[in-house]
Write a protein that binds this ligand. Structure first.
Ligand SMILES: *Cc1c(COP(=O)(O)O)cnc(C)c1O
Length: 392
């Protein structure tokens, strides 16, 4: 953090692009057989001999979603599937880097506050690496999410209070006990890990940069990381423009949308009360709001908001047209694309990428709510099938 600005002053990592250009390029990458995010290690803030945790992070598939694109009237639609990460969300990109930075700092314990994917990602990376971690979650955290943490062997404290109470306690504990602090909205290296998704998108598109990328926005770290990644590539001459970044929020958690619409300074804009079933993008006061606002305004993008109903509908739509099963926050970009199409924001020949940030298996209850069409109960006989034969 900037000593003069405290929590408002999350630092940014700067690079010597001239030097980096010597060791990594699209041509060199074409011969690099490493199928994880460390293929971009030359543009990541880690020392040359720091070992990466052994789980394979990154190089997730980018699917050509032509069938979904056709139904929406788009000629070039792509789905970047980060539900395929080792612990089921894009957060693994950041947590892998956290473990490495903790090792470099000589720390022997890592900590974070989170109710969800960031904690799971940290717990998984630490388990793979053999590093202990301490997680602070509000006592009300969903049991399934706490179970994933415990399965990975994390030390979990259920804090009697809100997420903000857990966050504050985590900061205090990190300072008191010398633990390495992975919190989003505190640790600038987290965006550095997450930016690798932007490199992958461009490399997988043969360095033809997309026109737009849609992403769900809560704290605003992922959209800021996309911005950083595309900016790096522009500076390195790998691409010749930035895509428009489209930040999608739930109407129940629309701080960034409101501040953007009002053309207000997000730093002084008043917090809202967040209430959305897309828990991974629920944030009353997004901790990376300044960078998130810059990401949209500096790429000529937009913030959009969609209802929880629209988010829920997007889960089976995405699953049925692409085979990719997302948690609510991961299907939110598709709901946002629908909203942008309805508003006439998009030309039909634009190249659009939807970033699916988390797996549907993270939040089975949400899926049960969306797939209301009941399965048919039958006795075990062919006759029973014939009498209720599906129309296929
Ligand atoms: C964390 C997360 C987001 C939102 O990222 P922010 O950096 O908080 O904006 C979106 N989707 C999933 C699945 C996440 O875990």
């Amino acid at each position: 953090m900037c000593p003069d600005h405290g929590n408002e002053g999350i630092l940014d990592v700067e690079y010597d692009y001239e030097m980096i250009r010597q060791s990594i390029s699209p041509r060199l990458l074409a011969n690099n057989k490493m199928c994880n995010q460390w293929r971009y290690r030359a543009i990541l803030p880690v020392l040359p001999d720091t070992p990466a945790p052994p789980l394979s992070v990154g190089w997730t598939p980018l699917y050509n979603a032509s069938r979904l694109g056709r139904t929406m009237g788009l000629s070039s639609l792509w789905v970047k599937d980060d539900s395929r990460q080792p612990t089921g969300s894009l957060k693994d990109r950041a947590s892998a880097l956290a473990v490495m930075k903790a090792r470099e700092a000589g720390a022997s314990v890592i900590t974070t506050a989170s109710t969800g994917n960031a904690a799971a990602a940290l717990a998984g990376m630490c388990a793979a690496d053999g590093m202990p971690c301490v997680i602070f979650v509000p006592q009300t955290a969903p049991r399934a999410k706490v179970a994933q943490l415990l399965a990975y062997g994390a030390h979990v404290f259920l804090v009697e209070g809100s997420y903000d109470d857990a966050f504050e306690l985590c900061l205090e504990a990190a300072a008191e006990f010398g633990w390495y602090n992975r919190n989003t909205g505190f640790n600038p290296y987290m965006a550095e890990g997450k930016k690798t998704v932007a490199y992958e998108i461009c490399e997988q598109l043969d360095w033809q940069c997309p026109d737009r990328v849609f992403v769900g926005v809560g704290d605003g770290c992922i959209i800021s990381a996309l911005h950083k990644g595309f900016f790096d590539m522009l500076r390195l001459g790998w691409i010749n423009k930035l895509p428009k970044l489209m930040g999608v929020q739930s109407t129940g958690s629309d701080f960034m949308y409101q501040a953007w619409k009002a053309q207000a300074d997000p730093v002084t804009f008043p917090p809202i009360k967040a209430n959305t079933l897309a828990d991974s993008i629920s944030a009353g006061l997004p901790r990376d709001r300044r960078k998130a606002m810059n990401s949209v305004s500096q790429t000529d993008g937009a913030f959009l908001r969609v209802s929880d109903d629209a988010i829920l509908k997007a889960i089976p739509e995405l699953a049925q047209t692409t085979g990719v099963f997302a948690e609510p926050a991961g299907a939110t970009p598709l709901a946002g694309l629908h909203a942008a199409m309805a508003d006439g924001l998009i030309e039909t020949n634009e190249k659009v990428v939807l970033l699916v940030t988390g797996s549907g298996l993270k939040d089975v209850d949400a899926t049960i709510r969306t797939c209301s069409t009941e399965a048919t109960v039958i006795p075990p006989s062919l006759a029973a099938i014939k009498s209720s034969m599906p129309n296929i």
